[in-house]
Design a protein. Sequence first.
Lengths: 260, 260, 260, 260
Amino acid sequence: MTDYPTSIGTASATSISLLGHDLAGELMGQVSFGELAFWLVALRRPEPGELRVFEAVLVALADHGFTPSAIAARLTLTGAPESVQGALAAGLLGGGSRYLGVTEDCGKFLSAALAQAGGRPSDEAGWDELAAQAIRAQRAAGRLVPGLGHPVHKDGDPRTPVMYAIAAEAGCLGPHLTLFAAIGRVHPAILGRTLPLNGAGVCGAALADLGFSPDMLRGFALLARTAGLLGHLAEEMRNPAGNEIYRQVDEAVVYQPPAS
Amino acid sequence: MTDYPTSIGTASATSISLLGHDLAGELMGQVSFGELAFWLVALRRPEPGELRVFEAVLVALADHGFTPSAIAARLTLTGAPESVQGALAAGLLGGGSRYLGVTEDCGKFLSAALAQAGGRPSDEAGWDELAAQAIRAQRAAGRLVPGLGHPVHKDGDPRTPVMYAIAAEAGCLGPHLTLFAAIGRVHPAILGRTLPLNGAGVCGAALADLGFSPDMLRGFALLARTAGLLGHLAEEMRNPAGNEIYRQVDEAVVYQPPAS
Amino acid sequence: MTDYPTSIGTASATSISLLGHDLAGELMGQVSFGELAFWLVALRRPEPGELRVFEAVLVALADHGFTPSAIAARLTLTGAPESVQGALAAGLLGGGSRYLGVTEDCGKFLSAALAQAGGRPSDEAGWDELAAQAIRAQRAAGRLVPGLGHPVHKDGDPRTPVMYAIAAEAGCLGPHLTLFAAIGRVHPAILGRTLPLNGAGVCGAALADLGFSPDMLRGFALLARTAGLLGHLAEEMRNPAGNEIYRQVDEAVVYQPPAS
Amino acid sequence: MTDYPTSIGTASATSISLLGHDLAGELMGQVSFGELAFWLVALRRPEPGELRVFEAVLVALADHGFTPSAIAARLTLTGAPESVQGALAAGLLGGGSRYLGVTEDCGKFLSAALAQAGGRPSDEAGWDELAAQAIRAQRAAGRLVPGLGHPVHKDGDPRTPVMYAIAAEAGCLGPHLTLFAAIGRVHPAILGRTLPLNGAGVCGAALADLGFSPDMLRGFALLARTAGLLGHLAEEMRNPAGNEIYRQVDEAVVYQPPAS
């Protein structure tokens, strides 16, 4: 007999249960939306310090201006103004390996390095050694180190030190953030240049330290971006840019018919 | 010369501005994700009471079990496990007129009735009269009254009284919630039966009282549902149901080839 | 007992049936893809003339350059190059009421006018009278006549006469195309200016004459556009424009922080 | 100065060009939709034999019953019946690495093996040797051989011999199909059991032999599936199954609240 176990929610004629609690009586008005999002994925309620780190991550990742994803959402609303869900979905679909992937990639990279190390280093020199090994292995595989470098914030991503301060204050400086900091210290000697630890990367490290599976990190980046995209769509409704973006791009197109 | 004005955010080499504030220095760790979502759409920071109502709405709408939308997200992850954004987008695409539409429809219905009334009634009898007119006009147009009735919570949706209590305590009981309550009082005499004010409807009324345009109400329902869908996708990653759902449905298919 | 009747297809260990035929033995190599698409929706095999009209419609609607939808697909591929399905879906999501809606709206408009007329006119004067009534009713309702006018092809959409010629030759000039032609004749006297019958509109009329429900017309426009979007995505893979479009748009953004 | 070269199409006030040809005068009514799709991606018109193979591939891949993708599309239409594009997009989003990936994976696998081989074998023994090397390398890397095996068609996929016959007749039996056939001959001795060459795999080999880049193979599987999904959506409009699928699944859900 087929059945599908779920730990999320259920409803009867008189009550709605969410995560084992009464939605109306125990959650509404008592739990923030960020807290609920953490809980829905982790299946445990965050500690106050964990929640502060988690909400800071969502705030840090919510928007970054007229990104390809935000532009795609606006253009989609232009063509289908009756379907907010379609425009939002189109924006989220751009949140893939290249655009929102750093958070996930960085979490996975740190997590794999920690798994391979077995135990945790006991001092800063030990962390630096682990970081150096991880960077060298990544380079030997012909890959970039995720979370290092930023096209705009070349001298330092302002989100990074703030995230470390919040995590430290909240008692959430775990092995992923610690290893990521060590990468920040040791990479110049290995790579021959100093790159900033970027905001997407530090968010991945922070989420991994909260105990989330690397496979869910992109999901949280998407949740954060949903709020940013709603901001763009509301702005597009008030003051449409989509048609003008279309016109501007279309004007720059040069037709080069194929040979055959 | 084309330019696109935006009030959302911008970035320079050393700072990231969001909503006119320094993202790292003024928002991260100091603003909840729910607060930021309100702010991004409204372009103003919510008062504490408004924020409490807003987060309660998001919590109320986050999940409702194995809905068509949650099942579609899980099935999509089954086929494309590498693309969390695709599974999330598929789930959100089911958030249309029928499934997440009540929140928006109810906000629009109340908003239109208030716009047509011109001034606000001065007492409960006045609100009841306005409610009765709105119901009668809706019925005359052959349409249902949005926010009335629920397939499961036939004797009362548990979210509704809680939302009223939160809004009252927060000083956010505005005209939309007031009119919706009046609809609850007067509809039995007009329709000949008593229906509950449902949770999706009361959320629409509450969001409209927070000053949001009816066109954005579906957007907030989608934001809320994003958290719920991440919960389903995390559960699907831990304990896959998609293949079994597919098998169960497929087994029940009966082939009836067309005549020609 | 739940079961789901389907007329599309089924499979056993040794055969695959599609539309009541053996896929491998009777369809592959013997039916064109366009023919199969018609058949899958109509549940009947098209006559050769019908197929010729149908394929001409799909060809006519396949592409129209760097549309908002094509740009959104390219930008989505930029962010998520590993997910062709996501980029394609993003492009299709812009195919809504405004962008691909004319085909559907025109089919629905003509279909409603014919339904209201009851019988079919017996001569051109009768068709002109029916067309005039339909235009006047549409204007009285404050709506535009779908299929009339084009932002670029102001003196005539080149697709329209070709579609009429193909339909006439194929014996598929039914009531929808006939009424649409009458609208072309009578609208100048009513509207006070001469507008072209556009290509999207004539395609809607042609599909309606093939017997398709108006609710499926947008679906065929989307099928046609899928081929066009694949062309854009293949071009984007060979010669990426997405990052440059992003840079161009981003450069034109002017930040106007909100007051509060 | 930004400009975006395109070889797809352009339009002036009096004409529409597609692929360097006049859309109305040279393509509508003269080119099938399948032919246009080939041309849009390849930027060259297919030979008649190539077109026959190509359309056979699209026909072979168009549908496979109530797949996760078809069920997701139907459920999405249930929630958002006003948005055919959303339901179609949701269905396509399930066309990822697991569900529609075999066509692409097989094309890539064969293509990589041929690239590594350098020259082409001159006789069947040479092809068998190349096939054996490719299978052994794949196994050594811990991966399955794409295109081998089928959960239902255990004794042979009926599409495979038909595709070979069509390709042979059309003069399109290129190196990918030839190598794939060799894999069919040599794998039992290496793997210790006989598996069928499946239909998705043979379609990938056939498309690769038509000269398409492996990165576009998933795109054609999606195009084919678009027609199948329209069939499902049309059936869902005529005879809805979505609500019943939802009810059936929901009934089988067992609530297991989390510990904390």
